[in-house]
Design a protein around this ligand. Sequence first.
Ligand SMILES: Cc1cc2nc3c(=O)[nH]c(=O)nc-3n(C[C@H](O)[C@H](O)[C@H](O)COP(=O)(O)OP(=O)(O)OC[C@H]3O[C@@H](n4cnc5c(N)ncnc54)[C@H](O)[C@@H]3O)c2cc1C
Length: 259
Amino acid sequence: MDIAVLIKQVPDTYSERKLREQDWTLDRDAADAVLDEIDSRGVETALQLTEAKGGEVTVVTMGPDRATETLRKALAMGAHKAVHVLDDGLAGSDALQTSAALAAAIRTLSVDLVIAGNESTDGRTGSVPSMLAERLGLPQVTSVRTLEIDGTTLRAERVHDGGYSEVTASLPAVVSVIEKINEPRYPNFKGIMAAKKKPVSTLGIGDLGLDPSTTGLANAASQVLDGAARPPRTAGEKVADDGSGGTKVAEFLAAARLI
Ligand SMILES: Cc1cc2nc3c(=O)[nH]c(=O)nc-3n(C[C@H](O)[C@H](O)[C@H](O)COP(=O)(O)OP(=O)(O)OC[C@H]3O[C@@H](n4cnc5c(N)ncnc54)[C@H](O)[C@@H]3O)c2cc1C
């Protein structure tokens, strides 16, 4: 079975994230960039399936030039090839536009399954996998913690607030995984060296047959009009415990309506 995995390059969680004041898009150069943790689980899921059933893993990302590093990381984990959706005309895309470009890229592949993360750690709309499934006309199962493939049927445990449901669907399909699904492997030296030779194809707006008047920040359906940085953390209130510490903490929590 051949699998496509959507992976996103995001600012490192431990770096400071900044929005650019001129257009409120993320200042991606201001922070270290990493493979989104949730997507490393998507890659691991695909590798485990193809190791068990045969087939190839293609990782797909839409992002600026430096997103190649993130593709190489996934190739070093063991993915077979990569597709980089790369075009200046796509900068500042919202989730709708991102799903359109990724759907066009997936259509250039012949895959049985598309795996994504349930929510990225920067935009966090959690909407791209569903939009993609709609655009491709495929069944989707989101937020899965287990995934099995039996012939042309997938079985998954889908997590929700009330617990989980057992869901089945026919392939080809789109699934999104949660963090608990597995522990991703770390690339070893052999994998890192092999990744340098693995094929990465690049697709732009023209290659994808997208209409340039519908792509990028200027044509996005949602616009950020204004924003503000989160206020810096204050030191907080210190309570000297002269035996009344517990009461003071309870009063503080009650005042903050936390209890
Ligand atoms: C702070 C911030 C706020 C934003 N708010 C909005 C908003 O309110 N509305 C809006 O439409 N857009 C918003 N965006 C833009 C949006 O983040 C991007 O369009 C993004 O590419 C897709 O949305 P997401 O990250 O929320 O995806 P999610 O749906 O949260 O991502 C889920 C999964 O989809 C896949 N995926 C997502 N993006 C890519 C990609 N570029 N390449 C490959 N796979 C991908 C990954 O597997 C990922 O784990 C925001 C961006 C930022 C940084």
